[in-house]
Design a protein around this ligand. Structure first.
Ligand code: G3I
Length: 379
């Protein structure tokens, strides 16, 4: 073989090897990415576990900066972790997520300042209103000011509503009264003048709870306090995504002059007879409630893909009103839905599977931006 032919042969083998590897369906070999194809529409985010924030999961360490331009800590900014004792804060992991955002040029959403759940023991046991107020003020002021200018937004108050739209009977409502949500935003506005402030909740696309959220937002605005957006969490069920309620919500919330974000998106595929994400609701384990331990049947996989495609079609229709769409986790193996409301299930709610490979739903979501509609596979 001449030297020229030898070089050509090497190049040909190299190209063929390259072609084979691009055909392998792994996250790293897909050319398009979620954040790139949606870059002119809205941010695409993911909630990160502490392992992922510390880049200790090699697959996630590679996939997250490629696919997402926004991140939310799944747990580590919650009061229980960031403020474990009266006079002690633990900013180690929270500082790391701020640094992660800076390193990869991603928007960081702080989750969350005031939430009735995952409170430290010293707060859960408080009896007098003064102590609750002192915790409330110190906590918001200390945490929000530390990250002002380092993160993009805060879920200032999380899940303050009951399903009927009335205020949740939390420790904050009972000790501080009805105005505590407005007060939280007032404190956050003072401590974090450069950070966007959101109210975040689940099921607030549903009419009754939506009315409750609208009244909270109007109350904050009427007090002359800043609120920049509302976070609709988006914990939905395969085949039952409430598209009409979601569209009405996008229109009604944005009519209040605020941004709309979908902050905790996942689509549950396992049996459950109630909606939402109230973590105090638990159901006993039972094999019938865990039917897909050996893999997701194709019919469900296709329905999941269709639900995600239709959801992103709706998001694109209203992209001028939507700021960010964040998935609650990176891949199926990490999802909280493997452990709630039934422990130890095998769930499949996200766009990446347990091996971090993109699922059919991922290709449907990407395809909305990259393929003309007539080229998309019919369901
Ligand atoms: O870190 C401890 C560990 O030290 C301990 O050994 C272990 C034993 O159970 O628990 C670990 O804490 C768990 C924590 O996640 C971190 O993994 C808690 O038990 C577990 O309850 C907690 O669940 C989180 C849940 O919020 C509880 O608040 C989920 O990961 C998280 O995805 C979920 O996120 C919430 C949003 O913040 C608000 N909206 C609803 C959403 C889903 O519930």
């Amino acid at each position: 073989m001449s030297k020229r032919n030898f070089i050509l042969a090497i190049i040909t083998v190299g190209l063929m090897t390259g072609c084979t590897s691009t055909k392998k369906i792994t996250s790293s070999s897909t050319t398009a990415s979620l954040k790139d194809v949606y870059k002119n529409d809205f941010l695409i985010g993911a909630a990160l576990s502490s392992q992922q924030i510390e880049e200790k999961e090699p697959n996630a360490a590679e996939l997250v900066p490629k696919e997402f331009n926004a991140i939310t800590p799944e747990n580590i900014m919650k009061a229980e972790i960031i403020h474990p004792e009266w006079d002690r804060y633990n900013f180690d992991l929270a500082d790391k997520i701020a640094a992660y955002g800076k390193k990869y040029n991603m928007k960081v959403n702080g989750h969350t300042l005031i939430w009735h759940s995952q409170l430290p023991a010293f707060v859960r046991n408080m009896k007098d209103a003064d102590s609750v107020r002192q915790f409330f003020t110190d906590h918001i002021t200390t945490v929000a000011s530390r990250y002002d200018g380092k993160i993009t937004s805060w879920d200032v108050v999380n899940e303050a509503l009951e399903e009927d739209g009335s205020m949740r009977k939390s420790i904050f409502l009972t000790k501080l009264g009805d105005d505590y949500v407005t007060e939280a935003f007032r404190l956050a506005q003072k401590a974090a003048p450069n950070t966007e402030l959101f109210y975040n909740d689940y099921n607030i696309e549903q009419p009754k709870k939506r009315a409750g959220a609208i009244s909270i937002i109007k109350k904050i605005q009427a007090a002359g306090v800043r609120i920049d957006g509302v976070g609709i969490q988006g914990h939905w069920h395969v085949g039952r995504v409430p598209f009409k309620d979601i569209e009405e919500s996008i229109l009604e919330y944005s009519a209040l002059g605020i941004k709309v974000a979908f902050t905790e998106l996942d689509i549950e595929v396992l049996p459950r007879n109630f909606q939402g994400a109230d973590i105090s609701q638990r159901v006993a384990s039972n094999p019938e409630l865990n039917p897909y331990t050996n893999g997701l049947p194709d019919s469900v996989q296709q329905q999941l893909a269709m639900d995600y495609e239709n959801l992103f079609k709706l998001f694109l229709k209203h992209k001028d009103k939507i700021d960010r769409v964040t998935f609650w986790g990176v891949n199926d193996g990490q999802s909280w839905l493997n452990g709630w409301p039934v422990r130890g299930r095998t769930n499949y709610p996200l766009l990446f599977d347990r091996q971090f490979k993109p699922k059919p739903a991922y290709y449907r979501v990407i395809g909305l931006k990259t393929k003309p509609s007539e080229d998309r596979k019919p369901f």
